[in-house]
Design a protein around this ligand. Structure first.
Ligand SMILES: C[S@@+](CC[C@H](N)C(=O)[O-])C[C@H]1O[C@@H](n2cnc3c(N)ncnc32)[C@H](O)[C@@H]1O
Length: 270
């Protein structure tokens, strides 16, 4: 977005925004100067950041391919889905299962307006503006209920978003509320920023966290046991909660960033 294309009403273009920073790091054009400056600071702290976000998208692709393929899932709820990008979750799912239905939820107005224009066409995809921290409202949104049948299995995806929920907001309770709403045979998939003090002598995590301090949402990395705890009540799919690049990697396809970046996994509700 440029001076020739000003932001829609009600959008604060002066404050770095997590959706638009991520868009910039992925090579997108839906961002403002403040987002690009924050991304520049992130790249200074962690030059690998652009590779890490690409690896996160690759992880999502592998998880969705597994869920739509081997696991036979036809309904997806992508929470904090983000700005439309090159290959979106509904395209990943429908590549494997053309009848897959996908609802994206995001609380960002730019994501919502772009998503409405680019994603929510036809009868199998919807883009809903809601806050994932309010599961009851999100799950009962008319557009969610219009597309997803919670009496049948649904895959709920939290990719690179739970680390924008503070401990005080009790992210584990939030995930458990979604879990309790799901039918047996449903799935949970997560990628999440790790707290890695022992592998982080230069305190890159601290520097990255401080860039997000001025942003639309703050970063809250978590330890491996804390990330694993999101899967309470789910049976972990092999290989469990691991570095995302180690989750069922495609043979012969190298990762874009460092081997240990985000952690992730998938689990099935028995
Ligand atoms: C880093 S992006 C991740 C996008 C996508 N899930 C991915 O992994 O490629 C985080 C997204 O979560 C959204 N988000 C952050 N907090 C949220 C909340 N409380 N409710 C809904 N969406 C949220 C942001 O607007 C942004 O689009």
């Amino acid at each position: 977005m440029t001076a020739q294309n000003p932001p829609p009403n009600g959008i604060d273009s002066s404050r770095p925004n997590v959706a638009r920073i991520y868009d910039y790091l992925l090579g997108g054009k839906d961002n403002f100067a403040a987002d690009r400056e924050a991304a520049r600071q992130l790249l200074l702290a962690s030059p690998d950041m652009a590779g890490i976000v690409r690896d996160n998208r690759s992880f999502i692709r592998r998880v969705i391919r597994y869920l739509a393929g081997e696991a036979g899932i036809r309904q997806f709820l992508d929470l904090g889905g983000g700005l439309p990008t090159q290959t979106n979750v509904h395209q990943m799912a429908q590549e494997v299962a053309p009848d897959a239905r996908v609802v994206y939820i995001d609380n960002d107005p730019v994501v919502w307006s772009h998503g409405q224009a680019l994603l929510a066409h036809g009868t199998q995809v919807a883009m809903v503006r809601a806050d994932l921290r309010e599961p009851a409202a999100a799950l009962c949104h008319p557009e969610v209920l219009g597309l997803l049948d919670f009496a049948r299995p649904v895959a709920v995806v939290f990719a690179s978003v739970l680390h924008f929920v503070a401990d005080e907001e009790d992210p584990h309770r939030i995930v458990a509320e979604y879990r309790d709403h799901l039918a047996p045979g449903s799935y949970l998939a997560i990628s999440h920023g790790p707290a890695s003090a022992e592998n982080d002598p230069g305190d890159v995590t601290g520097q990255v966290t401080s860039v997000f301090r001025q942003a639309s949402a703050q970063l809250h990395v978590r330890s491996e046991p804390q990330i694993r705890r999101f899967f309470d009540g789910f049976e972990l799919v092999e290989p469990g909660v691991v570095w995302i690049n180690e989750w069922r990697p495609d043979p012969g396809i190298p990762s874009a960033g460092q081997p240990r970046s985000l952690m992730g996994g998938a689990g099935r509700k028995p």
